[in-house]
Design a protein around this ligand. Sequence first.
Ligand SMILES: Cc1ncc(COP(=O)(O)O)c(C=O)c1O
Ligand SMILES: [Zn+2]
Length: 419
Amino acid sequence: MAIAATEPTSVRSFGPGTALSCRECGQRYELTPKFACEFCFGPLEVAYDFGTVTREEIESGPNNIWRYRSLLPVPTNVAELPNMNPGLTPLVRADRLAAELGFDSLHVKDDSGNPTHSFKDRVVAIAVEAARTFGFTTLSCSSTGNLAGAVGAAAARAGFESCVFIPAGLEEAKVVMAAVYGGKVVAIDGNYDDVNRFCSELIGDPVGEGWGFVNVNLRPYYGEGSKTLAYEIAEQLGWRLPEQIVIPIASGSQLTKIDKGFQELIKLGLVEDRPYKIFGAQATGCSPVAKAWEEGHDVIQPVKPDTIAKSLAIGNPADGPYVLDIAKRTGGSVEHVGDDEVVDAIRLLARTEGVFAETAGGVTTGVLRKLVREGRIDTKAETVVLNTGDGLKTLNAVDAGVTATVKPTLAAFTAAGLA
Ligand SMILES: Cc1ncc(COP(=O)(O)O)c(C=O)c1O
Ligand SMILES: [Zn+2]
């Protein structure tokens, strides 16, 4: 039910969250499992009443995303509830990569260290709290792979049933990770966009009753988890926003929420208000947002994905138009690189910084290098590139193996020219 803008909600288990607000028309709703505006079909997101939040309060919190609980729609005792406790992943000072690409100051935010080895643990952790509050018994999602693993694990820890939906043909590691936690894993004969459409049908059907689809009917809550990447990066830079950041795009939610996180930090006075540029990154084989950017359109023409970057293979990205707005507003852009460049960039990041990225991290690093090559990013500005997943999930993307196989003798080792 729509509520007046000033009317407080009676539900207090959402911490500072006060309402859902339509991104398009501003109409406000109670905090329920609702994701689209009744008036204009715009996406709903959580609105807050933050009060005062200090750096000291955050710094004295737990070493995971719950240190930012006063900026998230979660109960105040969230850190005591059974969940995966993701976050506070390393911001790697990438001096060797910086030297290779010509940057003065470059960092890699390496989110492969989360419990199920991708940034998806952040978004799922928030959705789980919403699912608990709404009394859902089954946790579900449509996924390009990483989300399925994160949902399976979080459901197991928090005591939900789980049933996740993926397109057939995903990387083996992602399928095994999704299945090992004991929930159902359903492969759909189609691409991600078909999976997502099917899940939207399920929530409207008695079959899906009691099911919390983390990225469909719980999407407004789920999306807020990505803000923690913005908070961490700022805190890890010594409470400063980076001047430039490169972010991968699948649905575009992560990019829009990192921007929301930066804006909140500025409004709360937790960081200085200085300009930052956001660059979006896609693989050429699934680059509807980059294509719209190139052609100067503000609508996204859906595509059929064909790329090794399967985690980013969403042909009809829900948040695409907002990504275009943010790139324009901040002075960034949206770029794409081909699969060969993705593989090359995975190797570059591994060789220079010891960070083994999944294909999504190859996309961001590849885009970063392309921007330098084409002189379209400022190499003097403080820059962050995201690695959102672990290379062990996409092993087949890279061809790497032993240097040589030799007998266990010094003679054999030297004869092979290895000494
Ligand atoms: C590893 C990885 N990085 C980035 C993304 C992009 O997420 P979003 O849909 O928020 O754009 C995904 C989405 O599945 C992912 O798996
Ligand atoms: Zn609306």
